[in-house]
Design a protein. Structure first.
Lengths: 847, 464
């Protein structure tokens, strides 16, 4: 703009000089005004968030808060061509006409703003800023807490026992917990509730620790046992019950997003037929009170820990049966790579929210906007999962080298068989090429399989498994002539015959059936260390490259865009939590991650699990956001209590049974749950625990107790998953199959959490569809009939009614209830009456 | 003429009040204003109440053509396909995920229809008659070329198969108008619906309830709807006993939200048995109306969708399934000739019927699939997936009729003029329901989530 203005002055002398200069100055100031009035406010409000010199990695390498940045543009070159709006990419982006380039991403600007940008560019795109000033005056983009401040965040501080606070009512506390609870109540001028009646106590504790109500006789014995240690003895008995693991293990499975298949379960992400072995491991480990730190470490890295029993390798199902997305090999490299990064993201999310109470996933696209978590930290963790591959592992001990080879071969055969079939069955419009590829991959598949043929002798069940994975393409009437399989003669008989079988619709060669969704073959869902890369050399077929023993460090992917990788983010622990060297050096780094969580981040991990266990006991956590202990999470209602409990929990050797005792023997836990008129508006949501929280039973306890009431509950433990809808399935609900794609309707009806992601807590809703189940389902009708049968031996209607009450409610009916019963039974058959009892609130209530 | 006495909402309430339990009716009337509990926002303030401006539409119906229907054979007329038949012009990068051949012209004849002169192909003679109530958006685009992620994107705004469905978001924002019926209903023949109706991180009560519309008998569509052993009066007596016991129990325990809620919920369930038996029974429609829609699962779904929105259901998704029938990688002309007639008849009947009953103004109808198809051939006589440019249409709910909006390129491959993304579509749908899509948020895993993520622009050009 200056240049054409200056030149006339040389030619025409002073007057023109003055005029010209004035004109230039005028134009300058007018254009500057345009910038200040129309352009800069939009840049500040809409653009600096991603395009600021203050960001570590501005999006697209574009910086708009400096004059130099605006002028030079980003990775794609200049964005403004002064004087030529049509040629300026900035205007193209603003106009929203190009689907690949639309800015700002939050929505198109109003037309008059876009016009202002066009006008500003046309006038030469004057930018009156001076960079020093611009940089200092621009408001800083929103960003999270810096690392140094972050290290002081409450949830990351070391935990140590806290002295019990002073209380006035010194007779109330039974456990240290109670001093903290009572002190807060007294501060708020509230009194705790009286202790619950004995029947409620034994019901509450039994449901809490085993998910099963006590029998009438057990209640009677407890009610009449006046010895001071009757209640502690009850808690010990319940903790020792094998049903304890079934109850408390299921709570963990909510956090571990346990499922036995994938949300979509397509060709490349079929069900996990051995996932149930992971579930059984959880139940067993909880029963054995495996220290919580070891319990978690085994789930992350059992294959890399010393002194691990073979059985404990089942723990790796936590990773090996994690949700995975379908990857159609015909998609481009970028799409496939994105799908892999989504899988890894799922693992980062499950581990960080589930175990550390941190929303590390928020840092995938940019540094965390609130918490001291960098994008670099995110990719440093994601790299661990980019270096971890799922594969089945044999149950029986085999030598490590064979096992490693088996697992790698299994995942390779799976992929080779998939692409060989894909190219054969869906050849697209390059049928010749597809046929060639199908042959090539079929040959490779057999070659890979045959490289393991020594297993035939040594480990026939491993061989059988691999042999079944090697599924050659089959003939279909519409498909072109199938490729000849490997000429080596090593193909199994049925495929060797395939080429000679003419495509007659009636004469398909039979193939091994698809793998069942649930299987008791001797394998477990597991993982092994191998880096995964995506090979896009063939534009028509994208192939993953799995390199056993070679870990993969990821590059930072700003905005999670795989096409624009940034700096390398070596595998490492979260910066803010690390005490020393945070790099991961052992294999994938799973073992380093597990160790760091329970050393550097131990206080956080302890607080998170203590808060979860507290919530499972009281129906309400101390920290209301159990999977988010970050800045956006809530502060604890009783911080000193949480810290004290976490410190002593660690000192107990991370014993969950210790924690249950500590909580369940407290006066706070033993309170009655009745509502109280004197509370008023002081604490209507019971944050201060002036009473126990009454609850609705979850689906597991509800279904199990309906079965138990009529003595039909199958209490055998462990074993394979069973369909919950099968009428003959009388096993505990925890053994029902959990599908991520098609969640069982009964589970869904009663708020079972979505098993595709780690669940912080469960909803407990009440809906008419639940009541339709209660009123009309064969399940309830069957229970009603059984209940009548159970009371068959009782001589008269009153005795029958009493027998039913004892089975369902562990008490006798009161005179009014008996009256209602007898007058109802006068006119209706006993099954109708039994069903009414099954439908009552009392049956699903947990006081 | 077809239905001489169309039922207005008020008449309908009158007509059922005799047979409906007091609590059910009361619940329904109260629920006119019922909505979800507000969640805290970033600043800790309560979420604004929805609708946050006067809504054009109270209900929405999505007709979902699973598999990706071909825009080039139905709405997006492209003479260049014939002109350059079999060629691959270099002016457009026509590459998609699979290998494709040359340009494949549509064998179907296109004509302009209605006052607006919108082009419709001969495959859709019935939709052509109601085209003046329809806005054909020819410039849709999406971000993923594969069925599952693209479908997920259409239904949840994200390719990850974990996010809440738009129906769940709408239920979360607006609540339900009729507590006796689910607020979000999915109708699909055979196994289907599945995860696309999930509530994800939203409270579970917002999840879609799936019904199999290959049945016409309500008790086959709705699990446990009917008691096979007890008649209505016997069951009422049984329920009276349950409630008497419940009342005594609550009196002893003390006032409790859950205990009270379940007592109410039992009453609702009781009346729902009879109400749903009526609402879900399309056989209660006149012969003429049933004939107008047709007698296929999709026709049942469309007719049932009308009955449901009439009774206050907020969102109904009707799947044209089972499986993904519109995925025509080969034999596309033959397949479309088989599939279009019932789709055309039923969708057109729905628009016409809604209008006749005065419901079209308050019901937004959206038709489309997860993506469209390529102008070039696959396997000789098929078309590959095309996420870059495809057609959807909208009707009612304050959307302009008789209008075609946006353009694809010369060959119908990529949206070039007024492109509309899936997020834009969601933003527009929410807008018509009275919701500012940037304000409909839910705090989860440390941040506020939206159906439209950080995207979405309301497409004002198509609004009346």
């Amino acid at each position: 703009m200056m240049t054409p203005m200056v030149q006339p002055f040389r030619l025409l002398g002073w007057s023109v000089l003055v005029l010209g200069f004035c004109g230039a100055a005028f134009a300058q100031s007018r254009d500057a005004e345009l910038f200040e009035k129309e352009i800069r406010p939009v840049l500040v409000e809409k653009c600096y968030g991603c395009h600021s010199s203050k960001l570590r990695a501005p999006m697209g390498g574009l910086v708009l808060d400096t004059k130099a940045g605006l002028k030079s543009g980003g990775n794609g070159g200049a964005i403004v061509v002064p004087g030529d709006p049509a040629a300026s990419r900035l205007l193209k982006a603003l106009s929203y006409n190009d689907t690949d380039l639309r800015m700002p991403p939050t929505g198109k600007l109003p037309d008059e703003k876009i016009a202002a940008f066009a006008e500003w560019i046309r006038a030469g795109a004057v930018d009156p800023r001076t960079d020093a000033a611009a940089a200092s005056s621009a408001p800083a983009p929103k960003r999270g807490m810096d690392i140094e401040t972050g290290r002081k965040w409450w949830a990351f501080q070391p935990v140590a026992p806290v002295a019990a606070p002073h209380v006035r009512e010194r007779r109330w506390p039974k456990q240290k917990i109670d001093y903290f609870i009572l002190a807060k109540l007294e501060q708020n001028k509230l009194k705790p509730s009286p202790v619950a009646d004995r029947r409620t106590l034994i019901e509450r504790a039994s449901l809490d620790l085993t998910g099963l109500r006590p029998t009438y006789e057990e209640v009677q014995a407890f009610v009449s046992d006046k010895s001071p240690d009757a209640y502690p003895k009850l808690i010990e008995r319940l903790l020792a019950s094998p049903h304890y693991g079934e109850r408390r293990g299921r709570y963990w499975l909510d956090v571990a997003r346990y499922g036995e298949d994938n949300p979509t379960s397509e060709a490349t992400n079929p069900p996990y037929p051995f996932a149930w072995r992971y579930r059984n491991w959880v139940i067993q480990a909880v029963n054995q009170d495996v220290p919580y730190d070891r319990f978690v470490k085994l789930q992350l890295a059992a294959d890399q820990m010393p002194n691990v029993q073979r059985d404990d390798l089942r723990a790796l199902g936590y990773l090996g049966a994690g949700p995975t997305y379908h990857k159609d090999a015909r998609l481009s490299r970028d799409v496939i790579e994105t799908l892999y990064t989504d899988d890894w993201d799922e693992r980062v999310d499950a581990v960080s929210r589930g175990i550390m109470g941190l929303t590390v996933g928020c840092a995938r696209c940019h540094d965390h906007k609130f918490d001291p978590i960098l994008t670099k930290d995110y990719y440093a963790l994601a790299g661990v999962f980019a270096s971890t591959v799922a594969a089945p592992r044999p149950i029986a001990q085999v030598d490590p080298a064979t096992e490693a080879k088996f697992m790698d071969t299994a995942q390779r055969l799976f992929f080779l068989s998939y692409v060989a079939n894909l190219m054969h069955n869906e050849p697209g419009s390059k049928p010749e090429e597809a046929a060639k590829k199908s042959v090539k991959y079929t040959e490779e598949m057999y070659k890979v399989r045959d490289s393991m043929s020594s297993l035939k002798e040594t480990n026939p069940e491993l061989w059988a498994y691999l042999d079944r994975l090697a599924r050659a393409p089959r003939l279909t009437p519409s498909a072109p002539k199938p490729p000849a399989p490997a000429a080596s003669g090593s193909a199994p008989a049925e495929t060797a015959q395939a080429p000679s079988a003419q495509p007659k619709p009636a004469a398909f060669p039979s193939r091994p059936p698809r793998r069942p969704a649930v299987s008791n073959e001797p394998f477990m869902q597991s993982v092994f260390d191998a880096g995964v890369w995506v090979d896009g050399a063939d534009p028509d077929l994208t192939v993953p490259q799995v390199k056993p023993g070679v870990p993969r460090d990821m590059h930072i992917l700003p905005h999670a865009n795989v096409a624009a990788p940034g700096a390398l983010a070596p595998r490492a622990f979260l910066t803010v939590l690390s005490k020393g060297d945070k790099r991961f050096t052992h294999g994938s780094g799973r073992i380093d991650l597990a160790n760091d969580i329970f050393s550097d981040a131990a206080p956080l991990a302890a607080r998170v699990i203590v808060n979860r266990v507290w919530a499972w006991h009281f129906g309400q956590p101390l920290v209301n956001t159990p999977s988010d202990f970050g800045v956006q999470g809530e502060r604890p209602s009783h911080p000193a209590l949480l810290d004290d409990l976490a410190a002593r929990f660690i000192a107990s050797g991370w014993s969950l049974k210790w924690l249950h005792r500590e909580i369940m023997l407290s006066a706070a836990y033993m309170q009655s749950s009745h509502p109280r008129a004197d509370i008023g508006d002081t604490d209507p949501t019971n944050r201060l625990l002036w009473r126990m929280n009454p609850r609705r039973l979850d689906i597991e306890a509800y279904r199990d107790n309906l079965l138990k009431a009529t003595s039909i509950l199958d209490e055998s433990m462990y074993g394979i998953s069973v369909d919950l809808d099968a009428p003959e399935n009388h096993r505990r609900t925890v053994y029902g199959r959990v599908s991520r794609g098609r969640l069982n309707t009964l589970l869904a009806l009663y708020d079972f959490p979505d098993p595709t992601m780690s669940a912080p807590s469960r909803d407990l809703t009440t809906s008419p569809l639940q009541q339709l189940f209660v009123m009309n389902s064969p399940f309830i009708e069957d229970r009603a009939k059984e209940l009548v049968k159970c009371a068959e031996a009782d001589p008269d209607p009153s005795a029958k009614v009493r027998a039913m009450y004892r089975r369902l409610f562990q008490r006798d009916p009161d005179p009014k209830e008996l009256d209602l019963a007898l007058s109802y039974l006068d006119k209706a058959p006993p099954e109708q009456y039994a069903q009414a009892l099954l439908a009552t609130n009392e049956e699903i209530f947990w006081p | 003429m077809i239905d001489p006495q169309p039922l207005s909402r008020r008449n309908w309430i009158k007509s059922i009040s005799g047979g409906l339990g007091y609590a059910g009716l009361l619940g329904m009337l109260q629920d006119e204003a019922l909505r979800a509990a507000p969640a805290p926002t970033l600043a800790g303030a309560a979420v604004p109440k929805f609708p946050n401006f006067p809504p054009k539409a109270k209900h929405n119906i999505v007709l979902f053509m699973v598999g990706g229907p071909s825009q080039l054979d139905m709405f997006d007329i492209k003479p260049s396909l014939l002109k350059y038949q079999g060629q691959r012009p270099s002016s457009v990068d026509l590459r998609t995920e699979r290998t494709t051949g040359g340009l494949l012209p549509s064998p179907f004849e296109f004509k302009q229809h209605g006052q607006g002169g919108v082009y419709v192909s001969e495959l859709l003679p019935n939709l052509a008659t109601v085209i003046d109530d329809i806005c054909v958006v020819k410039s849709m685009y999406t971000f993923n070329p594969t069925h599952t992620p693209a479908r997920s994107l259409f239904h949840t705004g994200n390719i990850a198969a974990t996010r809440p469905s738009m129906g769940a978001w709408i239920s979360y924002g607006l609540g339900t108008e009729n507590r006796n019926l689910p607020g979000f209903v999915v109708l699909s023949p055979g196994p289907g619906g599945g995860g696309l109706a999930r509530s994800g991180f939203l409270p579970a009560k917002h999840q879609g309830t799936y019904f199999d519309d290959s049945f016409v008998e309500p008790d086959k569509m709705i699990r446990y709807l009917k008691n096979t052993e007890l008649d209505k009066d016997t069951q009422r007596r049984q329920l009276d006993l349950v409630q008497a016991l419940n009342r005594d129990h609550e009196q002893q325990f003390g006032q409790d939200e859950f205990l009270e809620g379940r007592i109410q919920s039992m009453e609702t369930a009781y009346s729902m048995q009879f109400e749903a038996t009526d609402v879900f029974d399309i056989r209660k429609e006149s012969e003429a109306v049933r004939a107008e829609y047709g007698d296929t699962p999709f026709a049942h779904g469309c007719l049932l969708a009308r009955r449901l929105v009439e009774r206050g259901v907020r969102t109904v998704h009707v799947y044209y399934g089972p499986g993904q029938p519109w995925d025509d990688h080969s034999h596309i002309s033959r397949n479309l000739k088989q599939r279009c007639p019932d789709m055309d008849q039923a969708s057109a009947a729905l628009v016409r019927d809604l209008k006749r009953r005065g419901l079209l103004d308050e019901t937004l109808v959206v038709w489309g699939g997860e993506f469209g198809r390529t102008p070039v051939s696959e396997s000789g006589d098929g078309r590959d997936h095309n996420p870059y440019g495809f057609t959807m249409w909208l009707a009612g709910g304050g959307v302009k009729g008789g209008m075609a909006y946006g353009e694809t390129d010369e060959f119908g491959f990529k949206a070039v003029e007024n492109p509309v993304s899936i997020h834009d579509l969601h933003a527009t749908m929410l807008n018509q329901l009275g919701i500012d899509h940037t304000k409909l948020t839910f705090r989860y895993a440390g941040r506020d989530f939206r159906l439209t993520d950080v995207y979405g622009v309301v497409c004002k050009d198509i609004l009346a």
